[in-house]
Structure formats: structure tokens, C-alpha cells
Write a protein that binds this ligand. Structure first.
Ligand SMILES: [Zn+2]
Length: 96
């Protein structure tokens, strides 16, 4: 994948498990991370996660459930910039 997508989530213990979804970073401004779902996070409160469904690489933690708006918007953005039909197929299968 040529596009670098940064997935992140709240570190354990900071919020309830139900709120620990894996977001996709759209912009990073200083120590603020803005996600595709238009929320803003403090960099110190989050940890880098693997892409939902993927095996974590070194330096990444296992992802929680994906933030649906982030997943859809980020996936659409990737497909727009670099056509990756396989991503859409995978997504559709998981939600069937
Ligand atoms: Zn999100």
C-alpha cells in the first residue's frame, strides 16, 4: 500500500472499552490528532494501532473495533487516490 494510513485508539484505561474504537488519523497538528470522523485527540492519550483486521506490526497494538465513519471515509479516500478494489470487497464481506 502506497498510502500511509495511521490508525490509533485511546490507550487502555483512559476511557470505557465501549469508546475504545480504532480511528484513522487525517491530520496531525502539533500534538493534536484529527480523525476522519472529525474528532480531535491529544497525541499522548492514544496509541498506534494496526489497521483493523490486520496483524499488528512492531510498534503497533492490536486494534479495537474500527470507528465506522473513519473506516468508510479513509477507505473511500484511499480508493480515490489509488484504486484498491480489494479493500472494498473485504469491507463488504465483513459487514455482510
Ligand atoms: Zn473515528
Amino acid at each position: 500500500m502506497s498510502e500511509t494510513i495511521q490508525w490509533f485508539q485511546y490507550k487502555p484505561g483512559l476511557v470505557g472499552e465501549a469508546q475504545r474504537v480504532t480511528h484513522c488519523a487525517r491530520h496531525t497538528i502539533g500534538d493534536r490528532i484529527r480523525s476522519w470522523c472529525r474528532r480531535e485527540f491529544d497525541a499522548v492519550t492514544v496509541e498506534v494501532a494496526a489497521e483493523p483486521g490486520a496483524t499488528p506490526s512492531p510498534g503497533q497494538v492490536a486494534p479495537c473495533g474500527p470507528c465506522v465513519p473513519c473506516l468508510l471515509l479513509a477507505t473511500a479516500a484511499i480508493e480515490h487516490s489509488a484504486a484498491q478494489p480489494s479493500a472494498r470487497v473485504t469491507l463488504a464481506d465483513e459487514h455482510a
